[in-house]
Design a protein around this ligand. Structure first.
Ligand SMILES: Cc1cc2nc3c(=O)[nH]c(=O)nc-3n(C[C@H](O)[C@H](O)[C@H](O)COP(=O)(O)OP(=O)(O)OC[C@H]3O[C@@H](n4cnc5c(N)ncnc54)[C@H](O)[C@@H]3O)c2cc1C
Length: 448
């Protein structure tokens, strides 16, 4: 069956989660490592086809990098992924439609950008920003056809004659690189490959978020599954007859295992493989990058920012500091702002206390909206890099990596141990839909 046909068939089945029974002889025992969207998708697909599936998950919750916090009454906020990117033809939209999940659309057209002094850009400043954007685009286009790869930073600095730029011009360039690349790919500009940083394919349409949180998708996919929470996988041992997944609470024997560990976890070598992983898979793990993106939600007693905007951007004097904000007021009518810090800046603030992060965020907001704005009534923030079961936000194409490395990461070990997860998707890495498609792919490999 072609992959497209399989996807179509399975997407329909996943909407219902009903099971087609198999005879005991043809039902296989399958262990899925990780209850993120890749693992849950693979597990549910195989369960529906009548196989005996167990999911082992280190955390005490489902979803992995999908994580909806219900701490604020009537305002569930996503601490992991927020959006279905390119909602028109994204396969997650079809799943969300089938289960009747509510969605809201945020639009980049609803963006106000503020200069370093905190004033909305005037027309001349907007034109200046567009001109720098065009120069950067040109520099990166040229770098993409160059024989050897280099970092985005090296390519841009060389092309723009960095040493001759004024401090204010450098600030603009850093703002553009942070807001368009670091915030999107989560890798630093000194690490992102000029050749391959943007190798991911995009779906058409605006971005949609779930007012009830991405959890609606997680809960749906997990229905009826045997999930063992708080089981930390330590070792995977395999032969051509059997796979053993060793956890801190016992071992699981299976005919196949699907590994959906995040790239950062694979890099940390906290899970070992016996026999060891093939050299080219090890090389892919070592070379691809795991990026950082952290969120800081601030809930306020009143809305003091423009309530018709979805995005607020700031050109900071310190590279990457609170450049991107999302307002949840227009779409959801919540008095909530979400600030992002990516890459090096995102990593650095993980060392700070919560109070330091919030007060740093408030300094920026006071520049934009005045000294008299109220303090937040509450906050929620993330530290994805320090999270032992994620070790970063999502993968990126670093200097020295190639898209083929993602195929190497995805390769199965004798069709006994299969690999899924966002990092294994050459075309859709770093996304929820990539993880979802990878789960379908791994399930299909077993079903074939
Ligand atoms: C802050 C942030 C914002 C994002 N925003 C978006 C967005 O808006 N749109 C989008 O498309 N994507 C976004 N992403 C990316 C998206 O969330 C991920 O690509 C996707 O959720 C990854 O799913 P996965 O199943 O591959 O991995 P995971 O969800 O990480 O699942 C892997 C699972 O393995 C478990 N695990 C780890 N180690 C062990 C172990 N030793 N034993 C057992 N289990 C283990 C983990 O706990 C986890 O549950 C964002 C990510 C972050 C962090």
């Amino acid at each position: 069956m072609s992959r497209r046909k399989f996807l179509h068939l399975i997407a329909g089945l996943l909407a219902s989660t009903s099971v087609t029974p198999l005879s005991a002889a043809s039902a296989k025992r399958i262990v899925v490592v990780g209850a993120g969207i890749a693992g849950l998708t693979a597990a549910q697909t195989l369960r529906q086809q009548g196989h005996s599936v167990t999911v082992v998950e280190a955390r005490d919750r489902l979803g992995g990098r999908l994580w909806t916090s219900k701490r604020w009454q009537h305002m569930p906020v996503d601490l992991g992924a927020t959006w279905i990117h390119g909602a028109t033809d994204n396969p997650l939209s079809a799943l969300a439609d089938r289960i009747g999940a509510k969605r809201l659309i945020t639009r980049y057209a609803n963006t106000t950008t503020y200069n370093t002094a905190g004033k909305p850009l005037n027309n001349a400043e907007i034109r200046q920003l567009e001109q720098w954007q065009a120069r950067i685009d040109k520099a990166l286009e040229a770098a993409q056809t160059a024989d050897t790869d280099q970092s985005v930073q090296a390519a841009v600095e060389k092309a723009l004659g960095w040493n001759s730029l004024k401090a204010s011009e450098r600030q603009l360039v850093h703002f553009i690189l942070n807001s368009t690349l670091e915030q999107e790919y989560a890798g630093g500009i000194h690490e992102l490959s000029a050749h391959w940083h943007d190798a991911a394919a995009a779906f058409k349409g605006d971005d949609a978020l779930f007012p009830d949180g991405y959890q609606v998708i997680v809960d749906h996919l997990a229905k009826g599954l045997d999930v063992r929470l708080q089981h930390v996988v330590q070792q995977v041992t395999w032969s051509d007859k059997q796979v053993t997944v060793q956890t801190d609470r016992g071992a699981f024997q299976a005919d196949h295992a699907i590994i959906t560990l995040p790239l950062g976890v694979l890099q940390s070598e906290q899970v070992t493989f016996s026999p060891p992983l093939p050299a080219r898979k090890q090389q892919a793990i070592a070379t691809l990058g795991m990026g950082t993106l952290n969120k800081c939600y601030l809930q306020f007693p009143t809305v003091f920012w423009p309530d018709d905007q979805d995005w607020l951007e700031y050109i900071p004097s310190e590279a990457g500091a609170w450049t991107e904000w999302v307002s949840l007021t227009r779409v959801a009518d919540w008095p909530v702002l979400l600030g992002f810090n990516a890459a090096e800046r995102g990593k650095r603030i993980e060392q700070w206390t919560d109070q330091q992060v919030v007060s740093d965020a408030m300094q920026t907001l006071r520049k934009l909206f005045g000294a008299n704005i109220p303090d937040p009534v509450d906050y929620q923030l993330t530290r994805w890099n320090a999270d032992p079961y994620a070790r970063g936000a999502y993968s990126f194409n670093s200097v020295g990596s190639t898209p083929a490395m993602r195929d190497h990461l995805a390769e199965s070990l004798g069709n006994m141990v299969l690999f899924a997860g966002e990092a294994t998707e050459r075309k859709h890495f770093s996304s929820v839909h990539g993880a979802y498609l990878s789960g379908l792919r791994a399930a299909q490999q077993i079903l074939e």
